[in-house]
Ligand binder design. Structure first.
Ligand code: PLP
Length: 385
């Protein structure tokens, strides 16, 4: 059975070119980049090259890139590193729809005595920037707001947000894990202080990420115990991961606009067909300001998990907005924050595409999905017979 992969916000295929590039660094070129000998030294040069490839995608200087192990570590470093560098300040502002890699950190800090403000969103998942402005004060150390939401694809107006935050001595961090490689970034022209990205969301291997830290941003290291990354992140480097991330950034930067247009066309075709052919289905999120690859659709009166299981039988991979927590099915915190009704939040499915998806796969999904929904509706106790 073929696999039709529409779960690219969860993880992506490693690009063939990336797999090829990193191959020599397992068994042949396995030196430690910190070693004095030539065998290790040559690896250090490859890391320097990868750093400039990542910087080129982000439009920043190579020495503003810190390699980490994943997006989660980048977020933890940004948040905890900023607070450690500003011990006199006790307030963090974030949003209710952040990924747990931000929310869980902020909630732990709240338990430790910090004031944490989680800004609400409207029914399209948008922030009220007036509320943000009202919350900023002398106690605020950090504003951390994601660039785009992983569940709905909604893009926040990051540049407008930085205009509000900048100039007050507050650090601004953005979780751009779902953005890097999907939409163009030019950090040299922005006021973003810290930005997180993750390799496995942009066709690099799992286990590598990066944190952009603008020159002059106050940040204490999160990982201690070595001089790597100019003392900003200790630990022997994930050499193949870093080289792979560099290559993946180089590939993503190539024709980013063209790739976007193609992926958006496929996403829109899938979304329009589903919304048209499946009664009682609705789009979640901001239709206009959205990542080109993501659509989140609620199918009223049926369970997301049941839909996923039936789609799986056809080889179609997607994900649901529910998380199975301690035996009960909790609807996603993102959809809940947007006020999506209970019946719709339970039946929400995220389809997230990549540049590797084809028109043929979209046609296949359009053929298979509507009958699955119809069948489940017939079985649903919530649908009037
Ligand atoms: N932030 C966002 C928005 C994400 O979507 C994810 C992963 O899904 C992460 C952070 C965590 O990234 P990683 O899996 O690299 O730790």
């Amino acid at each position: 059975m073929k696999t039709v992969y529409f779960d690219n916000n969860a993880t992506t295929k490693v690009a063939e070119e990336v797999a090829e590039e990193i191959q020599p660094y397992f068994c042949r070129l396995y030196g430690n980049p910190s070693s004095m000998h030539t065998f290790g030294g040559q690896i250090s040069r490859k890391i320097t090259h990868a750093r400039s490839q990542v910087a080129a995608l982000l439009g920043c200087e190579p020495d503003e890139i810190i390699f980490t192990s994943c997006g989660t570590e980048s977020n933890n470093t940004a948040i905890k590193g900023t607070l450690a560098a500003a011990p006199d300040k006790r307030k963090i502002i974030t949003s209710r729809v952040e990924h747990p890699a931000v929310l869980a950190v902020c909630r732990q800090l709240e338990n430790q005595g910090y004031t944490v403000i989680e800004l609400p969103v409207d029914k399209k998942g948008r922030l009220d920037l007036n509320l943000l402005e009202k919350e900023l004060d002398d106690q605020t150390a950090l504003v951390t707001i994601m660039y785009a939401n992983n569940e709905t694809g909604t893009i926040f107006p990051i540049e407008k947000i930085t205009e509000i935050v900048t100039g007050r001595g507050i650090t601004f961090h953005t979780d751009a894990v779902q953005v890097a490689g999907k939409i163009p970034l030019n950090l040299a022209k922005s006021n973003i202080d810290l930005l997180s990205l993750s390799g496995h969301k942009l066709h690099a291997p799992k286990g590598v990420g990066a944190l952009y830290a603008r020159k002059g941003t106050r940040l204490s290291p999160f990982m201690l115990g070595g001089h790597q990354e100019a003392g900003r992140r200790a630990g022997t480097e994930n050499v193949p991961g870093i080289i792979g991330l560099g290559k993946a950034c180089e590939l993503a930067a190539k024709n980013i606009e063209q790739q976007n247009a193609r992926v958006k066309h496929l996403r829109d075709k899938l979304e329009n067909a589903i919304l048209k052919k499946c009664p009682d289905s609705r789009l979640n999120g901001d239709k206009e300001n959205r990542l080109p690859n993501t659509t989140n659709i609620s199918f009223e009166y049926i369970e997301g998990e049941a839909i996923l299981l039936m789609l799986d039988k056809f080889g179609i991979c997607a994900s649901s907005g529910s998380a199975c927590t301690s035996g009960s099915l909790e609807p996603s915190h993102v959809l809940r924050a947007m006020g999506v009704p209970f019946t719709a939040a339970h039946g929400s499915i995220r389809f997230s595409l990549s540049r590797y998806n084809t028109e043929e796969e979209i046609d296949y999904a359009i053929e298979k999905i509507p009958p699955v929904i119809e069948k489940l509706r017939k079985l649903s106790p919530f649908v009037a017979k």
